[in-house]
Design a protein around this ligand. Structure first.
Ligand code: G6P
Length: 607
């Protein structure tokens, strides 16, 4: 997705912009550009493809100057070529703009401007912004921004340069992330703090409608009507090491290895003396205790955690859970009211469809619980209660520690609800807490001893199609495992509920088709085993993901990945970690760009 960085200070802007864009590179993009205010006015350098191309461009273009804005673009309107690349300029060069988001009414504005003789160069929605700014500008930039932002519909984070103001960067935000950060005699804008951790940790997150005037030694914040607002800066506790590989070959591997510590952190925050205490949920405790149904809504892997969460919440607390993909939820007519809590799960807190689902829930007075990993993100700010997953910045596009911490949060919520409703005894809760407490050490041994998994990644890395099958909590694991393989190794794969396979999909099983059968849920082992035998009878090669307790039951000739025993309700956690490793080594064996898979973006801020 598009990302923005802006710098104003005493240092050369271009190296800082390139460095900042580099820190955001993992989020996925297909072209990049900068615009810098120098002696000859605003000069742009833009290029297709990766940042190294832009860097070369900046070496052959005079982009010297201490004020500048930069952008990485993930194409939505128009091909990823240089003409469509940001920054975009107005016809007479008065305004230069970088943008993240989508201007939904760009077509209407463009037609109007064309009628007025304005000439457009690109196919982008963004170009209407500098053009409209120039159209309204009469010497007062802030007033022009006010008029333009009043007219735009859709989402935007904007960085703006005006040729008449060589010592100012302007910015505005609605529904796309943007922060303002303060250094010593230098200031920044950025899509997120990780872009500028090399320079400062002091920042503030802009709210919808905010407009900013940034000079090297001052920051002014206005609301959408240009009333000046107070700014409250905070200092992030992230340090640079959180966004560096620290010796790992890939961020994904680093993040896989961080999982034991991160899930332990969450456990320690909410469990003591065999009881679960989630103070953040207290203000909704009446609603949660008395509701009959909870919605859990998300996209991608976050949606898969909700499926695993559903099994456990329903079993422990006897509250029904309806899971929904956010992009579907927002266009159906779910029965929402003040008695139907909605859990929105999002690592980034900025996924456009999840935000839309959240807002829809709130419009219907449904209380919203956000499970989020980014403090200050839109979902973090707009939820009624926030459960912060504390995984730290996740850089690899394919989520790992984001998933594991969301899942841990679901386990904790399930136990919390059971405790509140009395659907489990205190002794049972304490036993489940004791089981949960073992996850970090078991996960630690799993991520440190990957040989049994790597063997299968190597054997099957050239396969054309994988099947992942399981029942109940094992099915939740199958769905996430299948996504992991697709995302990073580009191998087609399907996840099926084991019992459903024979209703059609089994027709696709041929000699040598690899089928990963999840059987770590011991209660359902025998059922899972019969389904594994069914596919073997049709020529499949099965790898069973099994707990130590059932290991002996796996027949000779079947592959197996053995996990340490854990209660059935929590087995998804170890299964998924094993499959992250499986997918990682397949992708590595195939030479894929593991941290930045093609066509994907870390945080999908467009619909
Ligand atoms: C993208 C990422 C996925 C992620 C999904 C939801 O597609 O590539 O890994 O699961 O977005 O993201 P969120 O930030 O809302 O959890």
């Amino acid at each position: 997705m598009c990302r923005i960085v802006g710098y104003i200070g005493y240092n050369q802007a271009t190296p800082i912009l390139l460095n900042g864009l580099g820190r955001l590179e993992y989020r996925g993009y297909d072209s990049a550009g900068v615009a810098v205010f120098g002696d000859k006015g605003i000069v742009k350098a833009r290029s297709e493809g990766k940042l190294v191309n832009l860097k070369k461009k900046t070496e052959s273009t005079d982009v010297s100057g201490t004020v500048g804005i930069g952008h990485t673009r993930w194409a939505t309107h128009g091909e990823p070529n240089e003409t469509n690349c940001h920054p975009h300029s107005s016809m007479n060069g008065k305004f230069v703009v970088v943008h993240n988001g989508i201007i939904e009414n760009y077509d209407v504005i463009k037609k109007q401007l064309l009628k007025n003789g304005v000439k457009f160069l690109s196919e982008t929605d963004t170009e209407v912004v500098p053009q409209l700014l120039e159209y309204y500008y009469d010497g007062d930039v802030l007033e022009a921004i006010r008029k333009v932002t009043n007219e735009l519909t859709g989402s935007y984070a904007l960085g703006i340069l005006c040729a008449d103001c060589p010592d100012i960067i302007f910015a505005a935000r609605k529904s796309s992330p943007l922060i303002v950060a303060k250094g010593e005699n230098e200031n920044f804008i950025a899509s997120d703090i990780s872009a500028i951790l090399d320079y400062t940790k002091t920042y503030t997150t802009l709210n919808d409608g905010d407009i900013v005037e940034l000079k090297k030694d001052s920051v002014k914040l206005f609301d959408k009507d240009l009333n000046e607002k107070e700014i409250n800066f905070t200092v992030t506790d992230l340090d640079l090491s959180a966004v560096m590989k620290n010796g790992y070959e890939h961020f994904m591997l680093k993040e896989i290895n961080e999982q034991p510590e991160k899930v332990k952190g969450l456990f320690d925050s909410y469990v003591s003396d065999g009881k679960v205490d989630i103070p953040e949920l207290e203000k909704l405790s009446d609603c949660l205790e008395n509701c009959e149904k909870i919605y859990a809504v998300a996209c991608g892997s976050a949606y898969h955690t909700s499926i695993a969460g559903k099994y456990v919440i329903e079993q422990f607390s006897r509250i029904g859970v309806e899971t929904d993909i956010a992009s579907e939820f927002r266009y159906r007519s779910p029965i929402l009211n003040e008695k139907t809590p909605v859990i929105i799960i999002s690592q980034s807190g900025e996924t456009a469809d999840s935000i839309a689902a959240l807002r829809m829930a709130k419009e219907h007075s449904a209380p919203v619980i956000g499970i989020v990993n980014v403090v200050g993100s839109t979902i973090y700010r707009e939820s009624d209660c926030v459960l912060y997953t504390k995984a730290g910045p996740e850089i690899a596009v394919a989520t790992t520690k984001g998933y594991a911490t969301q899942l841990m949060m679901f386990y904790l919520i399930a136990l919390y609800l059971a405790q509140k409703k009395g659907t489990l005894t205190a002794q049972e809760i304490a036993q489940y807490c004791a089981e949960l407490e073992t996850i970090p050490e078991k996960a630690e041994r799993l991520v440190k001893n990957t040989a049994q998994i790597e063997k299968y990644s190597d054997r099957y890395k050239s396969s054309k199609n994988f099947f992942f099958i399981g029942r109940n909590t094992d099915y939740a694991a199958a769905m996430e495992a299948s996504l992991k393989v697709k995302e990073i190794s580009y191998i087609s794969s399907d996840a099926y509920a084991s019992g459903e396979l024979k209703h059609g999909t089994i027709a696709l099983i041929d000699k040598g088709t690899p089928v990963i059968s999840f059987c770590a849920n011991k209660r359902l082992f025998d059922k899972a085993w019969s389904n594994a035998e069914e596919v073997v009878a049709r020529g499949a090669e099965v790898i069973c993901v099994v707990s130590q307790k059932d290991e002996e039951k796996i027949k000779e000739g079947y592959g197996k990945i053995v996990l340490e025993d854990i209660c059935d309700e929590f087995s998804t956690m170890l299964e998924v970690i094993a499959m992250q490793i499986f997918a990682y080594y397949i992708a590595k064996g195939n030479g894929c760009d593991i941290d930045k898979p093609k066509n994907l973006a870390k945080s999908v801020t467009v619909e």
